[in-house]
Design a protein around this ligand. Structure first.
Ligand code: PLP
Length: 261
């Protein structure tokens, strides 16, 4: 039997399948890995906006993940919408059970692309305290970066403050910097190096672009790529999925996550 690398995902259920766990599932499968899903929140949303979210009881998150962990060897782990500090604490405990060599991608989801919050009070602090110390790479967009760092406007300083004392690299996605005609993403590494990569800006607004990037990164790391290789490949895969995006409803477009289009 040819078992693909398995990626364990913690995230929210999005009924549009544009973002959240199903975005992870489509991406990870397209990239030749097998996804496992632990549901941290349910959401009521369409392609235009998030109407509501309901946080999963942390005890259920624990039982759902524990059953999977007892059954399956995990090659990489990815977190998306965790919604509440109590869920972050539980997920951090569960991830702590994995061998330390298993890469962890943390997409620090705080809000939907349309602006609605996907986080209860205290989420930022919980992510910083409990999850970021175990992360291999964190993938904030610019608003998430500034919120996580607690710094209002200095992107460079904010990224460096997240590196402090940890082992995580920080991949800052630059889509929100509309002063640049291209989109510039920056990878900050704990050794102080910064690598910028420039992509043609695509329109319109997308639903699930951050989820796609984090899931692709987890898949490439699960396949054994180094972080530098995985970041380049995940950015390329994500950009192509956005280039082929399609509309399902009246709002944001959805990335087409089939590989090799
Ligand atoms: N996770 C869930 C469950 C969501 O509903 C959303 C956005 O609506 C996100 C994550 C973040 O999506 P994006 O990749 O667009 O940042």
């Amino acid at each position: 039997m040819n078992t693909p690398p398995v990626v364990l995902c913690f995230g929210g259920f999005d009924p549009t399948n544009g973002a959240g766990l199903q975005a992870d599932t489509l991406t990870i499968h397209a990239l030749g890995c097998h996804p496992l899903s632990v549901v941290t929140a349910n959401t009521i949303q369409d392609s235009i906006k998030v109407h509501e979210f309901l946080v999963t009881d942390p005890a259920v998150v624990r039982r759902q993940a524990a059953a999977l962990l007892a059954d399956t060897a995990i090659a990489a782990c990815k977190t998306g919408m965790l919604a509440s500090p109590a869920v972050v604490e539980t997920v951090a405990e569960l991830v702590g059970l994995l061998p330390s060599a298993v890469p962890l991608v943390v997409d620090p989801v705080l809000a939907a692309g349309g602006g609605a919050s996907l986080a209860e009070n205290g989420l930022v602090r919980a992510l910083r305290e409990w999850l970021l110390p175990r992360a291999t790479v964190v993938t904030p967009n610019i608003p998430e970066l500034l919120a996580l760092a607690g710094l209002p406007d200095d992107m460079d300083q904010a990224a460096r403050s997240l590196l402090a004392g940890g082992r995580a690299s920080v991949l800052v996605t630059g889509t929100h910097d509309i002063a640049t005609s291209d989109v510039v993403h920056r990878l900050y590494r704990p050794d102080g190096t910064v690598t910028a990569s420039r992509w043609a800006r695509l329109a319109p607004d997308f639903h699930g672009s951050g989820c796609t990037l984090g899931a692709a990164l987890a898949a490439y790391l699960a396949r054994g790529d180094t972080l530098a290789v995985a970041v380049d490949a995940a950015l390329d895969y994500t950009w192509n999925s956005l280039r082929h995006a399609y509309a399902v409803g009246r709002g944001q477009a959805f990335p087409d996550r089939r590989d090799g289009r």
